[in-house]
Each structure stands twice: as structure tokens, then as C-alpha cells.
Design a protein around this ligand. Structure first.
Ligand SMILES: Cc1cc2nc3c(=O)[nH]c(=O)nc-3n(C[C@H](O)[C@H](O)[C@H](O)COP(=O)(O)O)c2cc1C
Ligand SMILES: Nc1ncnc2c1ncn2[C@@H]1O[C@H](COP(=O)(O)OP(=O)(O)OP(=O)(O)O)[C@@H](O)[C@H]1O
Length: 146
């Protein structure tokens, strides 16, 4: 039984998320997804959707066997509980594979780390979708300010 763990914010879902989760699931027999806590998303603007809502939707996706919210303070805590064989990183996750492997070893965890490539598409990105909404649906400014 090969357990795979995938992680991410999953704010506004798009086919890039599905591709990442499907490819992660294909590496093993079971996929568990750790959804980032609202307060831990600091490397970009805070998510639009609250963590419970992000979790609920990720949990319902076909490739996902189990989904949970991450720890508030220690990202290795859920990994210690889940003991995955493989941890997948998405194409744009800012972790260095070798550094992450090392930190896992230091915690007595021997999961392999696998990078999943990107899925093409100009709107396969939560931030690009938000940008498009702002550009196409934002209320017009006061008259004369076009
Ligand atoms: C191995 C691993 C474990 C993680 N565990 C947690 C966690 O317990 N809590 C959390 O809030 N974020 C955790 N994260 C971080 C997020 O799920 C996410 O990867 C990070 O916010 C960057 O995500 P983004 O690609 O969605 O922007 C973990 C990331 C990795 C790689
Ligand atoms: N186009 C894509 N192709 C493959 N994987 C993706 C794609 N977009 C996101 N992912 C992966 O899905 C997981 C969750 O991504 P995240 O929630 O950060 O979405 P995002 O669209 O990359 O967000 P943002 O645009 O705000 O950076 C990460 O592992 C990420 O690498």
C-alpha cells in the first residue's frame, strides 16, 4: 500500500489542481491531501476562500482519498501522523526537493519527494483567475477615469 501525500492552498480550483492531484494519486494506492491553513499562506495574498471551504471541496475530488487541514505551527506534524511513502510537490511550490528530503530525514521520516510538472493553460492558476475577475468584473471607476 503506497501512500502519497499532496499539499497546497487550493483556493479557487482549476484543471492545474486536478492534474497535480491525479498525477500524485497515480504514484501510489492512496492520496491524502494536506490543505494549507489560512494563517500559513504568507508567501502570497491570503486565500479568498476560508480553509474549511477549501478543505470540503478538495475532499470531494475523485483522486482524493482523504483530505485534512494542515497543522498551524509545524508542517511535519501531519507527516509524522500519516507516514507517507511519497510526498509530491507541485511545479510552483517553493520548497527545494533535496532540502525537504533532508528535513524529513532529521525528523525520522523517509518519504520520497517527487515534483509533479505543470499543466498548461493561462487560467490554470488561482491568482490568474482572481486577476481576470478583477479585470473583467470590477465596478467601473468614477466617470471620466477610464
Ligand atoms: C510536506 C509539506 C507539509 C505541509 N504541511 C503543512 C501544514 O501542516 N500546515 C500548513 O498550513 N501548510 C502545510 N504545508 C504547506 C502548504 O500546504 C502549501 O504547500 C504551501 O502553503 C505552499 O502552497 P501553494 O503552492 O498552495 O502556494 C505543507 C507543505 C509541504 C510540502
Ligand atoms: N497549472 C498547474 N499545473 C500543475 N500543478 C499545479 C498548477 N497550479 C497549481 N498546481 C499545484 O497545485 C497545488 C496547489 O496550488 P495552489 O493552491 O498554490 O494554486 P495556484 O493556482 O498555483 O495558486 P497561485 O496562482 O495563487 O500561486 C500546488 O502543489 C501547485 O503546484
Amino acid at each position: 500500500m503506497i501512500r502519497v501525500v499532496a499539499t497546497g492552498t487550493f483556493d479557487i480550483l482549476h484543471p492545474g489542481h486536478l492534474y497535480y492531484l491525479e498525477e500524485s494519486r497515480n504514484l501510489g494506492d492512496e492520496l491524502v491531501v494536506i490543505v494549507a491553513r489560512d494563517t500559513n499562506v504568507k508567501h502570497k495574498p491570503r486565500p479568498i476562500l476560508p480553509e474549511d471551504q477549501r478543505l470540503r471541496v478538495v475532499r470531494a475530488l475523485r483522486p482524493v482519498d482523504q483530505a485534512l487541514l494542515g497543522d498551524l505551527h509545524d508542517m511535519f506534524r501531519p507527516i509524522e501522523d500519516l507516514r507517507p511513502d511519497i510526498i509530491t510537490l507541485g511545479f510552483n511550490q517553493h520548497f527545494d526537493e533535496e532540502h525537504l528530503r533532508q528535513r524529513l530525514r532529521e525528523r525520522g521520516l523517509d518519504a520520497d519527494v517527487v515534483r509533479i510538472p505543470g499543466y498548461p493553460g493561462s487560467l490554470a492558476s488561482s491568482s490568474k483567475i482572481i486577476e481576470r475577475i478583477l479585470n473583467t468584473r470590477a465596478p467601473p471607476g468614477p466617470p471620466g477615469e477610464e
